[in-house]
Design a protein around this ligand. Structure first.
Ligand SMILES: *[C@@H]1O[C@H](CO)[C@@H](O)[C@H](O)[C@H]1NC(C)=O
Ligand SMILES: *[C@@H]1O[C@H](CO)[C@@H](O)[C@H](O)[C@H]1NC(C)=O
Length: 569
């Protein structure tokens, strides 16, 4: 099997022969990851979570994440009536939080553009910032039409917060950006890259409290949508958005429910099966916690499950398709090669329930013959910061994964689960909603603070978030989601981990071009109001300035004394 793959790799890589480089070996001197220091970024100040305060913000960020071997070079900028317009180069493997500050009020003329070149790839993209009248006045257009990756108009998710752009791939392999999601089975698309790696050398998105995408109020408590709903989209859409680690809490009440008041267990199973039938070949972990019954009133306390209840639970879990029966338990699951799991079920992959519960004595904790396992089968370091503020959580999480070296003699033996999420107290969660905590301070900070805390030797295996894929408040339709996390996962596996020659022994995939599914080419426009135009007429670039007006500041500091046609169109 292995030999066949290598052969196919060489055959499809004509350039190897041209360059005379016929050996498929990772070399440290080929590393492109840049240790260059990046300017410090800023977390959203806590008071800006309040719509009344955040609504007055004039300062915002556009984070650019570079998971390619090419430098993203700032070619030029121009800005008009902006008090700050600070953009810069983004070296390979790094992220830059670029800052803009509108002059104030809602002057409709505040605007600016930053033009980037992809070094060595003859590709370009632009970032456009502008004020508009009406709803959602401050918008950003990420224009990647010059790379064949479309355009998307974003609104900032809150005051002093960021819109993020993640770019992955390479000139040789083609690029991918976070404007929209790629194929559901992203792992299968990376089979040639990740197949030989142990699970503990993978990077996967995770969904925290994944079943809580709706509130069904099956128990009486102070829980409301605002303070208990952790996800905006269903399990099915979380999987399409890249999640491979679904954190589930199951309890019994009137039947088996996930998160007690979220989706029912049968709904969850139906959605997983729908996903795996459409997108086979993935590894999906279902860490399932609690396994306690509840009385209708929370202060009635938990009821431990007995053998009959566990039997009923296992019977339901047997409804999951592509379980992996009788996996090799002689080593921790984190040590299995990805291909061992992806090849199961005739290549349809694995869905692996990992149970941790409070069970009575003598009650079975797993059933390997059914593909149901105790969570102890996998070595996991799961770090929950239990912090309300993202600026406190972020260094704690980064410190956790930085203490685990990847590859080589010091290789960290366990799977590291980073919980990139905050835990507001009930008052704050009710006042501002968990959604606001997720999409304003927390998720955007992953793309500058988190990414700059990663390098080829240090990264988390699972990045667990709230409101996976949600970029704009209450915009939960599939087409309104944004693919930063999906693109981060692809780019981390394809680029960052591959730059580590103890993780990837072969020549970097971005140089030797294995077959990676790129999805259907698309160069459309997604507007902030959700309207998508798949085939726009040529020449449509929302927010573009055709004329640079008198008073425009150029990137080199020159202030135009007279209006001129924009020379960089
Ligand atoms: C959304 O915005 C675009 C561009 O401004 C506009 O052409 C379209 O009509 C809008 N759609 C809706 C439903 O408002
Ligand atoms: C600044 O850039 C503009 C446009 O490229 C150019 O015409 C001008 O000479 C530059 N000014 C300086 C001081 O370099």
């Amino acid at each position: 099997m292995r030999a066949l793959h290598t052969l196919a790799l060489l055959a499809s890589s004509a350039w190897l022969l041209v360059s005379g480089q016929t050996d498929d070996v990772c070399r440290i001197q080929d590393r492109t990851y840049s240790p260059e220091a990046m300017p410090a970024g800023s977390h959203q100040p806590y008071d800006k979570l309040s719509p009344a305060v955040g609504g007055l913000s004039t300062k915002f960020y556009i984070t650019v994440v570079n998971l390619t071997p090419h430098r993203l070079r700032l070619a030029n900028t121009h800005s008009y009536q902006m008090d700050a317009f600070d953009f810069g180069d983004v070296p390979p493997g790094r992220a830059r939080q670029n800052a803009v500050k509108y002059r104030g009020g809602l002057s409709r003329d505040d605007a600016g553009e930053a033009y980037y070149l992809v070094d060595g790839a003859d590709q370009r993209f632009a970032v456009r910032v502008k004020s508009y009248s009406g709803p959602r006045p401050r918008r950003v257009v990420l224009d990647l039409s010059g790379m064949g990756l479309g355009q998307r108009e974003y609104v900032f998710p809150g005051g002093d917060t960021a819109v993020s752009l993640v770019v992955a791939g390479s000139r040789r392999l083609g690029f991918r950006a976070s404007l929209r999601h790629g194929p559901g089975n992203w792992m299968r698309g990376l089979y040639d890259v990740i197949g030989d790696r142990p699970v503990r050398h993978l990077v996967m998105p995770g969904a925290h409290d994944a079943g809580m995408s709706k509130i069904t109020n099956k128990i009486t408590s102070i829980g409301s949508r605002s303070n208990t709903q952790n996800q905006g989209v269903s399990i099915y859409d979380q999987l399409r958005a890249g999640a491979r680690w679904l954190d589930l809490r199951v309890g019994s009440m009137a039947g088996l429910a996930v998160g007690n008041t979220g989706e029912s267990l049968d709904e969850v199973i139906g959605e997983i099966n729908r996903f795996t039938s459409e997108s086979p070949g993935e590894i999906i972990f279902l860490p399932i916690r609690y396994l306690v019954g509840r009385y209708a009133f929370p202060d009635g306390g938990p009821i431990l499950w007995g053998a009959a209840m566990v039997g009923e639970f296992f019977a339901r879990l047997r409804g999951i398709n592509n379980r992996c029966l009788d996996l090799d338990t002689s080593t921790g699951f984190q040590n299995h090669r990805a291909s061992y799991l992806m090849d199961q079920n005739a290549g349809k992959g694995c869905v692996i329930p990992l149970l941790s519960g409070r069970l009575g004595a003598g009650v079975p904790r797993e059933s390997p013959g059914d593909g149901i396992y105790d969570i102890g089968r996998m070595g996991i370091d799961d770090r929950w910061s239990d912090q309300m503020r993202a600026d406190v959580m972020a260094p704690d999480q980064i410190g956790t994964w930085r203490s685990a070296v990847r590859g080589g003699a010091a290789d960290h033996g366990n799977l590291v689960v980073a919980q990139w999420l905050v835990t507001p107290d009930a008052v704050a969660a009710t006042a501002y909603s968990l959604q606001s905590f997720a999409i304003q301070p927390t998720n955007p900070s992953l793309y500058w603070a988190g990414v700059n805390g990663m390098d080829p030797e240090h990264w988390p295996n699972v990045v667990l978030v709230d409101y996976l894929g949600v970029q704009q408040r209450d915009q939960w339709a599939w087409d309104s989601l944004s693919a930063e996390m999906y693109t981060l996962a692809v780019g981390m596996n394809l680029y960052m981990a591959s730059e580590n020659c103890d993780v990837n022994r072969r020549r970097g995939p971005l140089r030797s071009a294995p077959k990676v599914s790129r999805g259907v080419p698309w160069n459309g426009i997604i507007f902030a109001n959700g309207t998508t135009v798949d085939r726009p007429p040529p020449g449509i670039h929302p927010g573009r300035a055709a004329i640079l007006r008198s008073g425009t500041v150029l990137g080199n500091g020159t202030v135009l004394a007279a209006s001129v046609p924009n020379p960089w169109l």
